[in-house]
Write a protein that binds this ligand. Structure first.
Ligand code: SAM
Length: 209
């Protein structure tokens, strides 16, 4: 049975925004909008507006139903972020969420590994950045490619990611892109029975001065 801690994640995002003078209006950019039904709609209730990018245009009407203060844009987020420049990088968001599919998706993507180094293109002001992270891959036998890719990405030799190591790892990844990282927390997002696997790293970022 799954136990969701989305409420804790949303509360942490909002509290960290308030504590760091990231205040009204709270404008969200969700890079993987889906239909908004799993996570985005709960965050949206505490924010002024939400822009959702999503590759599947057929999710547009459900997204806008589930997120009444949201606007849906059909985008391939990953290809977009890999571009040098785009008008889409200009935004007024101060909460950026990275709720990508877990595991392998498309033909070649694993979690956020291929684009997290480009996230700086979207940060123009003090902002909260919330990124899904997987502590422990599930169904290891059926997901060997993903398990190996994670080890390469995190530079670890075991399957489980230590959360203290992860905090440091993401700080470094963001700082290398010219971002400053302030307050940062890792919050459990979901347990699946006794599988302790799904977390969010939530941090305050800005362009480094
Ligand atoms: C975990 S779901 C998003 C859940 C959503 N945030 C919510 O709260 O319901 C991930 C979404 O990413 C979309 N997706 C996959 N590849 C994508 C890409 N390259 N660009 C944009 N969206 C993509 C999938 O279609 C899927 O809807």
């Amino acid at each position: 049975m799954r136990t969701s801690y989305i409420k804790d994640c949303v509360e942490t995002i909002i509290n960290m925004a308030q504590d760091n003078n990231i205040s009204s209006p709270l404008n969200v950019l969700e890079l993987f909008a889906g239909e908004g039904s799993i996570f985005t709609q709960y965050l949206a209730k505490k924010c002024n507006k939400v822009i959702g990018w999503e590759i599947k245009n057929e999710f547009a009407s459900d997204f806008e139903k589930n997120v009444p203060n949201g606007r849906f844009f059909c985008k391939d987020t990953i290809s977009l972020l890999q571009q040098e420049n785009s008008d889409d990088f200009l935004n007024d968001a101060n909460i950026i969420c990275v709720d990508n599919p877990l595991g392998k998706y498309g033909d070649e993507y694993f979690e956020h590994f291929k684009f997290i180094n480009h996230i700086h293109k979207l940060i123009h002001r003090p902002s909260i950045l919330a990124i899904d992270i997987i502590k422990k891959p599930y169904n290891i036998e059926g997901n060997l490619e993903w398990v190996e890719e994670r080890k390469r990405f995190y530079n670890i030799d075991k399957d489980e990611l230590d959360m203290g190591y992860a905090l440091n790892f993401y700080k470094k990844i963001l700082e290398k892109q010219g971002l400053s990282v302030g307050d940062a927390k890792i919050v459990c997002r979901e347990l699946d029975g006794d599988l302790d696997y799904f977390y969010m790293i939530i941090c305050v970022v800005d362009k480094a001065k």
